[in-house]
Structures are given as C-alpha cells and as structure tokens.
Design a protein. Structure first.
Length: 79
C-alpha cells in the first residue's frame, strides 16, 4: 500500500472515530451542562461553518502525531 493511501486511510479512520466520539460527548455531556450552567453563552442557532473548519483541520493535525510503526523497541529483541 502506498504511503498516500495509508495516510488517507488514517485520516478517514480518525475522522470517523473522532466524529463519533465527539458527537456522543457533545450530545450527552456538553450540551446539557452548558445549557444548565452557561445558557447566556450558547448560540441561538447552530452554525456549521466553525465545525467545517475545525474538524478537518484538527483531524489532519492529529493523524501525524498518532502511533506509527517505528521499528523494534530498543528494549525488546527484534522479531
């Protein structure tokens, strides 16, 4: 598999995982908490533009910092 395809697959997998986890977090924890504690800071309606800018940028920045195959660990013998 080429490096480009591997990176694209990693970005896609990270986007799906991050989107699913963040959706659960926002719906189950953040929204109820924010509505109860700081309703004056909540927007009156949803604006998708910030999300469309943040999520792809964050996901693309996150993937290169994830675990990678960097060869054998110095403390372990090679397989």
């Amino acid at each position: 598999m080429s490096t480009t395809r591997r990176i694209a697959g990693s970005v896609a997998a990270a986007a799906v995982a991050f989107g699913a986890l963040d959706a659960v977090w926002i719906r189950q924890v953040a929204l109820p908490l924010y509505r109860a504690e700081v309703p004056h800071l909540m927007a009156s309606s949803f604006d998708p533009v910030p999300a469309l800018v943040f999520y792809p940028a964050f996901t693309c920045a996150l993937v290169p910092r994830g675990p990678a195959d960097r060869g054998p660990h110095p403390g372990r013998p090679a397989a």
